[in-house]
Design a protein around this ligand. Structure first.
Ligand code: PHE
Length: 347
């Protein structure tokens, strides 16, 4: 068996070999792998030395063991150092690549807005919702009966000419007014009734302030002791919330077959406050909606006792409110989806 000198030489040679191999290690993973290779008890340079310990003659074993331990400790220290070095380098690289420049301006994101019509409709729903109104969703396709006859507009009645109608067949049509919903509600529900019904309506009408399709919001209240005063009170609150504090309403006599008396509701001009301007055409007042006390005949035909109950109804043009509120002079601007227009309205 080899003597100690021979062993020492062998160990020095191994150490030299290891030194050479360590130089070739270029990253953390190879350092990690190299440690395993080195220590493998069957094939590793250090692992084998440890294994051979048993074959060393007794008197040499302690010295041999000491030397092998030295080289093992040294090799482990070297690999530790390499691992540490590469780990730091790799972390540093990662920090560099993941560096966040907090001074960079944020990416601008285009944020969508609700359409002005939707904004106004939502405002109306909120206002009347806070007064305790429920929402009723009517039908856009109606029968002649619900759109006209039940609203006290029989065939050949001149009032049919007030609303140029798109007929789908002799019996079916595109509703010309959300008032048709009043009948559905009164047929289905007994008083007290307190509903609003927003939705699309259709008339063969086309100019700067009229469009073949537009939106209305119907209101209907039926209960004991409902009068025109209730209507005025609700509408005063409504115009103040939509157009601002201090505005008020005035009622002018009008005619709708399904309300008696009928009124046209004006709002005091929220731009000039009565002094007279272009918006109110110098009158101080702007017409905003039609309304009235529900015609007793309409109540009776729906099976509601008109001696016990009375009702009020109103119909608001949503585009009309949007145009007044946002200073839009042509209703078409609300249907052309031109972002230059729509972008300006965010209420
Ligand atoms: N439906 C009427 C119109 O479109 C408005 C209205 C509704 C009038 C309710 C009175 C009561 O012109």
């Amino acid at each position: 068996m080899a003597d100690l000198n021979e062993l020492s030489e062998k160990l020095s040679a191994i150490k030299l070999e290891i030194e050479g191999e360590l130089k070739g290690i270029e990253n953390f993973k190879s350092a990690f792998e190299y440690r395993k290779t080195l220590m493998d008890s069957k094939t590793g340079k250090i692992g084998l030395l440890m294994r051979e310990m048993g074959k060393i003659p007794g008197e040499l074993r302690a010295d041999y063991g000491k030397k092998v331990n030295e080289i093992r400790t040294w090799a482990q220290g070297e690999v530790d150092a390499l691992e540490k070095k590469f780990k730091e380098l790799e972390m540093q690289k990662r920090y560099e690549s993941e560096k966040i420049d907090v001074t960079l301006p944020a990416k601008m994101r285009a944020i969508g807005k609700l359409h002005p019509n939707t904004q106004v409709r939502n405002q109306l729903v909120d206002i009347f919702g806070s007064m305790g109104f429920d929402i009723f969703e009517g039908n856009e396709i109606e029968t002649d009966f619900y759109n006209f006859t039940a609203l006290n507009i029989p065939k050949d009645h001149p009032a049919r000419d007030m609303q140029d109608t798109f007929y789908l067949s002799p019996d079916f049509l595109l509703r010309t007014q959300t008032s048709s919903g009043q009948i559905h509600v009164m047929e289905a529900q007994k008083p007290p009734i307190k509903i609003i019904s927003p939705g699309k309506v259709f008339r063969s009408d086309d100019d700067a302030t009229h469009s073949p399709m537009f939106s209305q919001m119907e209101g209907l209240v039926v209960d004991k002791g409902i009068t025109l005063c209730d209507l005025k009170g609700m509408l005063d609150l409504f115009v103040q919330k939509i157009f601002g504090e201090g505005v008020t309403t005035r009622l002018r006599p009008s005619y709708f077959p399904f309300t008696e008396p009928s009124v046209e509701v004006d709002v005091s001009c929220f731009q000039c406050h009565g002094a007279g301007c272009k918006l109110c055409k110098g009158t101080g007042w702007i017409e905003v909606l039609g309304a009235g006390v529900v015609n007793k005949k309409v109540l009776e035909d729906c099976g509601i006792d008109s001696d016990v109950y009375s009702g009020i109804a109103f119909g608001i043009g949503i585009e009309r409110i949007a145009m007044l509120k946002y200073g839009i002079n042509n209703i078409k601007l609300l249907f052309e989806s031109d972002l230059r227009v729509l972008d300006q309205i965010d209420d």
